[in-house]
Design a protein around this ligand. Structure first.
Ligand SMILES: Cc1cc2nc3c(=O)[nH]c(=O)nc-3n(C[C@H](O)[C@H](O)[C@H](O)COP(=O)(O)OP(=O)(O)OC[C@H]3O[C@@H](n4cnc5c(N)ncnc54)[C@H](O)[C@@H]3O)c2cc1C
Length: 278
């Protein structure tokens, strides 16, 4: 029997550069010797970022022991949030993460807002299930800005002759980005307008209006909780899409911080038998 793959310890990385992709999406490019050996072909995968506590400049990372992960004492323990690999450049040893800079305070967004070259962050992973399933006849990809990095990576890896739809929700016109995509994938940019992300229904309305192509789709759903769950239920119950062809992961929940939402996300992922990288 093959040995289980060894988990690699968290890596301490530095900010190399930052760039605003839109008024609310900031790309942070990370580098550092510790990035060596990071798995190639992991664009779009889940990662855990570990931010310093307010009294620290550099986060104290957990270590791996025979018995699993060993966390620093409370008060020293880093603040953990889940993000996605926007792009990993193995040849030059750099990794991009695209952060939503949101109005409500949160350690992840606040760290990214003020990130400067030389700042330090911990990174564990990559992991998580495949965002795109094999054996599909067509593709449906649905995201809000928290999942644009994962969606862009999925689009970039689709076959040239892929067909289907990508639905992207933004608050306004200024948040629209330029994504490479196969000619057969139609991009639908949907403006949320004055609704809050938790109230918005433009994705679920459009999912029920688009042309569902013949055959079995691979469906990627990622973004704010309410529409991810609603579209997942629509796909399962109305369209009878097999469960194993759906990636449905609520990336966040409006008005809830990660600590308050974490358990609910895991219950939703368990309903889909979606393994998580923890
Ligand atoms: C698998 C996975 C991959 C993810 N990839 C990314 C990624 O690449 N980029 C990214 O930006 N996010 C990503 N997320 C979402 C991110 O983990 C959450 O948005 C997280 O809550 C951000 O932490 P925070 O410290 O900024 O805010 P928190 O402390 O968790 O929350 C503080 C407040 O901000 C609100 N809030 C949180 N996120 C958002 C948001 N996106 N828009 C508006 N308000 C928000 C909360 O509802 C709460 O009111 C991913 C999540 C998962 C599960």
């Amino acid at each position: 029997m093959a040995a289980a793959p060894r988990r690699s310890p968290p890596r301490l990385l530095q900010v190399k550069a930052t760039q605003m992709l839109s008024p609310t999406l900031k790309r942070v490019t990370l580098h550092g010797d510790a990035l060596s050996g990071f798995p190639d072909h992991s664009d779009g995968a889940h990662i855990k970022l570990m931010f310093p506590q307010p009294h620290q400049k550099i986060p104290v990372l957990p270590t791996l022991s025979e018995n699993g992960i060993v966390w620093p004492a409370d008060g020293e323990r880093p603040i953990v949030r889940t993000y996605s690999v926007a792009r990993y450049y193995a040849d030059i040893g750099q990794l991009d993460v695209d952060f939503v800079i949101h109005e409500a305070p949160g350690p992840g967004s606040d760290w990214a807002r003020s990130a400067r070259p030389g700042d330090t962050v911990g990174l564990a992973g990559p992991g998580g299930p495949d965002r795109v399933k094999s054996g599909a006849d067509w593709y449906l990809l649905v995201a809000d800005p928290s999942a644009f990095a994962a969606l862009a990576a999925a689009l970039a890896n689709l076959p040239d002759d892929a067909r289907g739809h990508a639905l992207l929700e933004v608050a306004n016109q200024e948040e629209i980005l330029d994504f490479q995509h196969p000619a057969g994938i139609e991009l639908h940019w949907l403006i949320r307008g004055n609704m809050t992300p938790g109230e918005s229904d433009c994705l679920i309305r459009t999912v029920s209006q688009i042309d569902w192509l013949p055959g079995i789709p691979s469906i990627m759903l990622a973004g704010e909780n309410s529409q991810v769950v609603a579209i997942r239920d629509f796909a399962l119950n109305q369209k009878k899409v097999p469960r194993h062809m759906i990636y449905a992961v609520p990336y966040w929940k409006d008005t809830f911080d990660e600590e308050a939402y974490h358990a609910e996300r895991h219950r939703i992922m368990d309903e889909m038998d979606t393994p998580d990288s923890k």
